[in-house]
Write a protein of this length. Structure first.
Length: 236
């Protein structure tokens, strides 16, 4: 019997190794036309001819990385507030690494805007809940609906959840595992509000007690994206 289990385990391991050898890591970097890093750009990878998509945010160095991709034809879409969306089509994969040339984003028609908003004091509260009732909540100012809230993994900026604010500006996420996360609040005509190192605890409600106060751009037009280069670190 032990020999049978040993054989099955060996077959399973061999299968995993073969599968790992047949995949590639698609990675690259996002910059603007001056060569500056485009921090927090949204990167979407789609496999041609399928409904498969993967999405993440570029990290502090502007780098994105999609591991475990099967060989095939892919399209990469990169976007960021204040920039023109850039598509990279017909990506040819190479095993084990597919290193893409830098993706250069062109600045859209912009106007000066307040710098990126930050949370001066890390005011968060925690409240015990039964397993399955955990939530992460907060709100924005001005208290308006349809502000896009993106929750990303704190280490790799992989998007783990998206939501929109309701009437009067509240938002919430459910089913988020314990760990450190990044929250980005974005709305047309406003500077982004980014909170780094947001701690989410197991079996608790994490409340961001201080509203995310977003600054409006002059005349409600697009913001100057230069503030995206330096993202402040906020210890919560």
């Amino acid at each position: 019997m032990r020999q049978v289990w040993a054989i099955l385990a060996a077959v399973a391991l061999a299968t995993l190794l073969v599968h790992a050898q047949d995949t590639t890591v698609i990675f690259g970097k996002v910059v603007d036309s001056s060569g500056a890093i485009a921090v927090g750009a949204y990167v979407t990878l789609s496999r041609t001819g399928t409904a498969q998509t993967w999405r993440m945010q570029a990290n502090m160095e502007g780098v994105f990385r999609f591991p475990g991709m099967l060989p095939g034809d892919y399209t990469l879409s990169v976007s960021a507030p204040g920039f023109v969306k850039q598509d990279v089509r017909n990506i040819v994969t190479v095993i084990p690494y597919t290193h893409l040339p830098p993706v250069v984003l062109q600045v859209a028609a912009t106007y000066p805007c307040p710098g990126e908003s930050i949370l001066d004091l890390p005011w968060t509260t925690f409240e015990w809940r039964n397993p399955g009732d955990e939530a992460t909540t907060g709100s924005v100012i001005p208290r308006m609906p349809d502000v896009k809230i993106v929750l990303s993994d704190g280490d790799h900026y992989m998007v783990v959840g998206e939501a929109k604010t309701g009437i009067n500006g509240p938002f919430e996420f459910h089913g988020i595992s314990a760990g450190l996360y990044r929250i980005t609040a974005a709305h047309e005509g406003y500077a982004d509000f980014i909170v780094n190192d947001l701690e989410v605890r197991a079996r608790q409600i994490t409340r961001i007690a201080t509203p995310l106060e977003m600054e409006q751009c002059p005349k409600g037009l697009r913001c100057d994206p230069s503030y995206k280069v330096h993202v402040p670190v906020i210890c919560l």
